[in-house]
Design a protein around this ligand. Structure first.
Ligand code: FE2
Ligand code: FE2
Length: 184
């Protein structure tokens, strides 16, 4: 599915600009990794779609998220089973489906940390510009900062994709800096 079409779907289900930004950040992070692994174009599209659509039902069905979407929305959109399973696996405590394949582990690893990096940019005068991995890590240790972000999931995520937290954050900062999501 084309990015344009995916965006139409995103806007149909999500009205909150911050959730739209979050969805786009995770999509950009996923595409970045898919390209690092030089995956074929159809898989790059799947990784991007998984990122963009992972919280599709969060606003309308917060209690059932992401099960509502997995059962009732995604199958009708024509996205691949890999995308559906990745979305299922980003919330294992709600779906009882745990991240295993590469697209699944990467979605799990990109979700919470993207939200956290965004929170860090919001309290900096320069936003994402000149943001360093080590200042994000420092903030992670501050329990009261962006307290709703689950630190355990962040640590588990990098373990699943097999890179250091520092490198993961570096990768994402570099991906986000090239996007148009941050005014720099
Ligand atoms: Fe979610
Ligand atoms: Fe999310």
């Amino acid at each position: 599915m084309e990015k344009e079409q995916l965006n139409v779907i995103l806007n149909q289900y999500i009205k909150s600009s911050s959730l739209i930004k979050h969805s786009k950040m995770v999509a950009i992070a996923m595409e970045y990794y898919a390209r690092i692994y030089t995956l074929p174009e159809n898989e790059v599209s799947d990784w991007y779609a998984a990122g963009l659509l992972h919280d599709l039902d969060w606003e309308m069905y917060p209690e059932e998220h992401p099960n509502y979407s997995v059962e009732n929305i995604l199958p009708k959109l024509g996205v691949s089973l890999d995308v559906i399973n990745a979305i299922k696996a980003h919330a294992p405590q709600r779906t009882n489906y745990f991240p295993n394949s590469k697209i699944e582990t990467h979605l799990f690893a990109c979700d919470e940390i993207s939200g956290f990096i965004n929170a860090v940019t919001l309290v900096r005068p320069n936003g994402i510009k000149d943001l360093e991995s080590k200042s994000v890590i420092k903030r992670l240790k501050e329990k009261s900062f962006a307290a709703n972000v689950n630190r355990d999931d962040i640590y588990k995520g990098v373990e699943l994709i097999g890179i250091t937290l520092e490198d993961h954050i570096k990768n994402l900062i570099s991906a986000f800096s090239k996007s148009d999501l941050f005014n720099i």
